[in-house]
Design a protein around this ligand. Sequence first.
Ligand SMILES: Nc1ncnc2c1ncn2[C@@H]1O[C@H](COP(=O)(O)OP(=O)(O)OP(=O)(O)O)[C@@H](O)[C@H]1O
Ligand SMILES: [Mg+2]
Length: 423
Amino acid sequence: MTDTHICGIDIGSSKIATVVAIQAKDTDEIRIIGFNTTASRGVKKGLIVDIDEVSAAIDESVDKAERMAGHKINRAYVSVGGPHISSLNSHGVVAVSNPQGEIVGADVERVIDAARAISLSTTRQIIEVSPREYSVDGQSGIKNAIGMSGVRLEVDTHIITASSTNLKNIDRCLSDLGIENAGFVFSGLAASEAVLTETEKDLGVAVVDIGGGKTDICIYVDGALSYSASIPIGAKHISNDIAVGLRVSLQSADKIKLFLSKKVSVFTDIHHKKGEAIALSELQIPEALPDVTAKNILEGIIWPRLEEIYRCIEDEIEKSGFEKQIPSGLIITGGGALTAGMIEAGKRMVGLPIRIGVPDKVTGLVDEILDPQYASTIGLILCSKSHIMDDQGSSMKFTRLFKDFSFDFSFGKIKSMFKQFMP
Ligand SMILES: Nc1ncnc2c1ncn2[C@@H]1O[C@H](COP(=O)(O)OP(=O)(O)OP(=O)(O)O)[C@@H](O)[C@H]1O
Ligand SMILES: [Mg+2]
């Protein structure tokens, strides 16, 4: 096995980030050799709203990352997120092909195929099937069934679906640029791979990726992905609120937000007197600012929006039914995680442990990318790692399955699946 190049394109509402990495041939180490981030265009709340604009932004980002890496990107994993994402848990059962022998990879593949045979509307497509646990002859809680003896194999899977139209639009952008789509990865899942520890996954945890236009949520219970969702509020809404509240442009509002977030450490109290001492005049905003202190902005504008974001997160956690099973609490990541008061608001609202998730599982050109806003970008590379292992048959654990990546390929497959349900 030679060194493998892995590429990821993270299409966000605020930025398009491209990353090129090398997976060393004999170690598990992943080294970043190329990276670029470009302001996003034509994406709103995770949905593509202008194909030409998005293609141009992706082209720019890919081109710069290629130059840095000295490697042409022909194939890349792509992030997908936003409120068009939905998830469900599905069960599959099969008879083991050789009841006298052991359960083999083909049996596991069949049982997962059985679990993915769900009835879906024609406008939806499966982007992820992740096994949660197996049962062999009624004995549940099995993480890897290969090598066990039994006659009846069952699996509980977590399935993530997305809007076909949006996936088709992303495919169109990539094919315009001559890049093959290696697979769609839910951006919340990618972020989780980048920031979670195995212990947190085992204990139960919720990862919250607060981007510009949306917030993705993934819940892990007993080491397995068990719930995924996305809500249409992100950190851009905080900038909008500041723009409206202070009657300044969006650019100035963004500047004020970033300035305050840097000045007020995420661990200090935004209600603290300290807020009064922060002088906004340092910023040299072109507009005349009304007579407000930083403390007024923090308490009166940013805080209420943070409370709203946490209320939506709480609602999703409640909807998942796993609210009692996440003792590791919330891991907040994405650019919005660095907003002033984020941790403090979470602690008051949710009553669970909270930490900021930083994607630190890679080496190489990492200085710039060790930042929560690149969690989903780095996660694309980490998710693809298990996919490559499955492809090459060197790992038969099937801990994660990526299928139906190319739209053309999967459409035919899904169509044939639907035929089973048609009268
Ligand atoms: N240091 C910081 N402090 C406060 N806010 C920040 C900081 N860095 C980035 N942000 C905010 O985070 C948001 C962008 O986050 P991110 O890059 O994760 O979004 P995205 O992935 O492009 O969007 P999405 O995931 O919603 O499609 C912007 O609103 C930006 O203002
Ligand atoms: Mg994002």
